[in-house]
Write a protein that binds this ligand. Structure first.
Ligand code: SAM
Ligand code: SF4
Length: 327
């Protein structure tokens, strides 16, 4: 599928649940977020149907996300079905890692290729402070289990927050020296209201790079194909790779190749815009695959050229938080 701005759209991020077992301060307010009624959440059969049609239209990569995708029951059969599609889409998942230790083998066996694990600190107390729940050890167990299961390469997502965990950038980057991992630093996106961190807490990509450079010479890696938004670097002699995602400071809209499907069946052409296309209502009306394909094509057609969140008078999206979109 090619959009209005000649971008090839071949990546679908599917949120399988709005529920989460953490309460990260950059994602949710202290009181949490009201859960969407179960009746509004797509069944996994409905999710599969949309994915099947999307793959037939040329989507070659699917990422399952949430909320926390591993709290959703029935995920393994969904993964098996997606992997058995004749087009064999690449299948990945983003998780906070809390439930990964018990599920890694099964996920791999079902056909999942890789996982991105979100982890913002290597200190147990700080973990509890940032996520409002204990659990660092479980996440570390989850990372080990994912590696043992062969969900490789392991990618860690880290959101550095000024005055909170930005002092750990070098500790995280150093992990790539001895592990064949990709450690990706994502700029904090201060999009939602009621978060504990002020917009000024964003630690910009340039400062992240300056921190990592303290560890040694950084070689930028050539971007091959649709490399995603991460700018990749290797520390001299390292086994793994450091990635920096300048989500706010240097938008990568010209390379955007993605659509997002929320857990309640809304297709979202842009992360930073509240505009959505209601797929659930069409599905539950008994629409045909052709009608579903048309809705997906409308989603592609309605992708904006770029986001404007850096503009002075920009209207911030207010409909959903990150947990409701899937990142
Ligand atoms: N619960 C899963 C997890 O945390 O990996 C999947 C959903 S979470 C919304 C997806 C990604 O969004 C995570 O890597 C998380 O760190 C990131 N994220 C959430 N809120 C963010 C924010 N305000 N700025 C930048 N990244 C954010
Ligand atoms: Fe944290 Fe992910 Fe849950 Fe948001 S959805 S609170 S980032 S674990």
């Amino acid at each position: 599928m090619i959009d209005t701005f000649e971008r090839k759209i071949d990546y679908l991020r599917i949120s399988v649940t709005d529920r989460c077992n953490l309460r990260c301060r950059y994602c949710m307010p202290a009181e949490g977020v009201p859960a969407v009624d179960h009746s509004q959440i797509l069944s996994l059969e409905e999710v599969f149907r949309i994915a099947r049609v999307a793959v037939a239209l040329g989507v070659g990569k699917i990422r399952l996300t949430g909320g926390e995708p591993l709290v959703r029951k029935g995920l393994i059969p969904l993964i098996e079905k997606l992997c058995h599609l004749p087009q064999q889409p690449e299948l990945t998942l983003t998780t906070n890692g809390l439930l990964l230790a018990n599920q890694a083998q099964e996920l791999k066996k079902a056909g999942l290729q890789r996982v991105n694990i979100s982890l913002d600190t290597l200190h147990a107390e700080r973990f509890e402070q940032m996520t409002r729940r204990p659990g660092l050890e479980k996440v570390l167990d989850g990372i080990r289990a994912a590696e043992t299961a062969g969900l490789k390469p392991i990618k860690l997502n880290v959101v550095p927050i000024r005055g909170v965990n930005a002092d750990e950038i070098c500790d995280f980057a150093r992990l790539t020296c001895d592990h064949d991992w990709q450690v990706r630093f994502i700029e904090f996106m201060p999009l939602s209201s009621g978060l504990d961190y002020a917009p000024e807490s964003r630690f910009p990509a340039a400062e992240i790079l300056a921190e990592v450079q303290k560890l040694g010479q950084l070689t930028p890696l050539e971007r091959k194909g649709p490399a995603g938004p991460a700018r990749l670097y290797k520390i001299q002699g390292a086994m793994g790779v450091v990635g920096v995602i300048p989500a706010v400071s240097d938008h990568f809209c010209a390379e955007c190749n993605r659509l997002r499907l929320t857990a309640d069946g809304q297709l979202r052409p842009c992360l930073f815009s509240d505009h959505e296309i209601d797929v659930r209502t069409a599905l539950r009306r008994g629409c045909s695959d052709e009608e579903l394909a048309l809705l997906l094509r409308i989603g592609v057609k309605e992708k904006p050229q770029q986001h404007h969140i850096n503009d002075e008078n920009a209207v911030k999206p207010s409909l959903r938080r990150m947990q409701g979109i899937g990142g």
